[in-house]
Design a protein around this ligand. Structure first.
Ligand SMILES: O=C(O)c1ccccc1NCC(=O)[C@H](O)[C@H](O)COP(=O)(O)O
Length: 264
């Protein structure tokens, strides 16, 4: 179901990102990032443009690109990714001023990261308005229920629960319980498209979070490290509840899989 129309009528173009997630078979936003927080080379000889094209071929509904310099990013990465794919692009950086949001929109971003933990509460509504005024979806990443108090116009935002604290991002030790605790709070705040991110490394992690009620996932390191991203997507597809049972090629009959996912 598409996000509800913006009641202020400010603009209609800001729902590309959310709409793509809503209709996706596998609602996995794939992230392109040069390095881990420890300096690990995550591109491994691939260009951002190649990765963007690859993720589009695999059926990703949207791509995220980290332009923050502390993770090896540059503004150029956004241009490269936007030029390489027709998918909506989320840009992740430290956005504090409207000018930066306008520049991201002009460069072709469909969504922009806002991080309440790093912004004074009073600035959040301004930043959210700036996103919507510039035709991009505010992608608001939270780590606690308290950060939801700064959320305005929740129905027009995509709210992501980050499983790692802001200062520990990429720690390889995310708090897996956080997503479970915060999901009802995100829904109660009015956000229709809750997303989980941070340490969603394996298809099993991804399937568990979707079964728990997340409507989207943002996956960086797990896919960037995967030798075969195609197999990663295939494994997730097979783990989802309406997946066709795999056929035993010898006998032509379904084989059992380890795919029991609780939807409770
Ligand atoms: O940590 C931040 O505030 C941040 C700001 C701007 C760009 C990236 C940032 N952190 C990294 C991430 O959020 C991860 O790239 C993203 O959640 C994916 O996580 P993972 O799948 O564990 O690589």
């Amino acid at each position: 179901m598409p996000l509800p129309a913006d009641t202020t009528g400010r603009n209609a173009a800001d729902q590309r990102f959310g709409d793509a997630l809503t209709v996706a078979e596998l609602p996995v936003v794939t992230e392109i990032r040069r390095s881990g927080s420890d300096g690990e080379d995550l591109l491994r000889g691939r260009t951002a443009a190649e990765l963007a094209r690859r993720y589009e071929e695999l059926g990703a509904p949207a791509v995220s690109v980290v332009t923050g310099s502390w993770l090896g990013g540059t503004p150029r990465l956004l241009h490269d990714v936007v030029a390489a794919t027709s998918l909506p692009v989320l840009v992740k950086d430290f956005f504090t001023r409207e000018k930066q949001i306008r520049q991201a929109a002009e460069a072709g971003a469909a969504a922009v990261l806002l991080t309440p933990a790093l912004l004074p509460n009073r600035l959040m509504p301004t930043q959210i308005d700036a996103c919507l005024d510039n035709g991009v979806t505010p992608f608001v990443e939270i780590t606690s229920a308290a950060e939801l108090t700064a959320l305005t116009r929740a129905e027009a935002c995509v709210v992501a629960v980050h499983n790692d604290d802001t200062r520990r991002r990429g720690s390889d030790d995310p708090d897996q319980g956080r997503g479970h605790d915060l999901l009802p709070r995100v829904r109660a705040a009015g956000a229709g498209l809750p997303v989980s991110t941070g340490g969603v490394g394996t298809p099993e992690d991804a399937a568990r979070l979707l079964a728990a009620g997340y409507r989207g996932l943002l996956v960086g390191t797990g896919l960037l490290r995967a030798e075969d991203p195609d197999a990663w997507f295939g494994a997730l597809r097979a783990l989802l509840p309406d997946a066709e049972p795999a056929q035993d090629t010898q006998a032509g009959s379904p084989v059992s899989t380890t795919t029991a996912i609780s939807t409770s």
